[in-house]
Ligand binder design. Structure first.
Ligand code: ATP
Length: 292
């Protein structure tokens, strides 16, 4: 099956902030997390994908259609939850549901009611009078049941309590199971959302670091404790070092070096995904190691 999304060499200058060039492909059946520090450009990328901003160079294709063209028919296949919704404050959840559900032929009323019950969302209160967390839940309940094949979520859990995050994870897993679907979600480093992701697309202050398969990434990074002091020279694969320990993203090359240089290592452990992301979001030195 064809890709749902193809982003090619996309770049955008916003005042003194430069985003890209970004290259991302999203296949059906996958969840991609856009990961980056604050202000790295995650929301801007989602807006570019939704044709809410124009790129300076490059292009995005969604379901085979260029998003920059005047024909936006592809939008009926995409559900987008922005970080902040504008224009909803005066309306109750009930009114918003009636307005939005009428626009989406595959609207899933059962899924909507399930989310309202699970998140305990009051539908008779004006959106603007709800807490930020409840607004976020209502916004999701008005987005996920649209049942389009592609779901774009911008920081879906930033105001949510821990049980709600867990509920949302379950909802998204069920949602993915219902057909050829894909999710792209911006996230700082929410552990729940990271658990869901198949791929991480990492952006550091506008600079796109790359797409990584999550499982492969967690298998690549290893921490070694060595018995002797480390040599001053850069060790193959080294991305960071501490007192008698080194982190490598090329374990084979590192272990060969240890062997060739009679350096004994006592222990080797995998890194948490959070630690790996933290390293990826740090600046690199010229020798490939990361700034501490
Ligand atoms: N409308 C705008 N006018 C001026 N600058 C903007 C505008 N929107 C975004 N920017 C700038 O673009 C950069 C990227 O912002 P963006 O909101 O895309 O980042 P983000 O990764 O989503 O951040 P966060 O994690 O804090 O939500 C920031 O430097 C921001 O100041």
């Amino acid at each position: 099956m064809d890709s749902f999304v193809e982003i090619n060499e996309l770049q955008k200058q916003i005042d003194d902030f430069h985003l890209g060039p970004i290259n991302v492909t999203v296949e059906p059946g996958t969840i991609t997390a856009l990961v980056g520090n604050n202000g790295s450009g995650k929301s801007s990328l989602l807006k570019l994908m939704m044709n809410l901003a124009k790129p300076d160079t490059g292009n995005t294709t969604i379901f085979g259609k260029k998003v920059s063209s005047e024909n936006e028919s592809w939008k009926s296949h995409v559900s987008y939850q922005p970080q902040t919704v504008i224009g909803w404050n005066a309306y109750t959840g009930k009114t918003l549901k009636n307005l939005i559900s009428a626009l989406y032929p595959n609207w899933d009323e059962v899924a909507f009611n399930h989310m309202v019950d699970l998140f305990d969302i009051p539908l008779n209160k004006q959106f603007g009078k709800l807490s930020q967390g409840v607004q976020q839940k209502l916004s999701l309940a008005l987005t996920i049941p649209r049942n389009t094949p592609l779901l774009l979520l911008d920081e879906p859990t930033s105001f949510m309590d821990i049980p709600s995050k867990k509920h949302l994870t379950d909802i998204l897993v069920d949602w993915m199971d219902q057909g050829d679907r894909a999710i792209i979600m911006a996230s700082h480093q929410s552990a729940d959302m990271m658990k869901l992701a198949d791929y991480l697309s990492v952006i550091r202050s506008g600079e796109w670091i790359g797409n990584f398969e999550k499982e492969a990434l967690t298998e690549t990074f290893k921490r070694y404790w060595v018995s002797n002091s480390l040599p001053a020279a850069h060790i193959p694969g080294e991305v960071s070092r501490g007192d008698q320990q080194i982190i490598s993203n090329q374990p084979e090359a590192t272990e060969n070096y240890f062997l060739e240089n009679n350096l004994e290592w006592a222990n080797r452990t995998a890194l948490d995904l959070e630690d790996i992301i933290t390293l990826l979001l740090q600046r690199k030195h010229g020798d490939g190691s990361f700034a501490s």
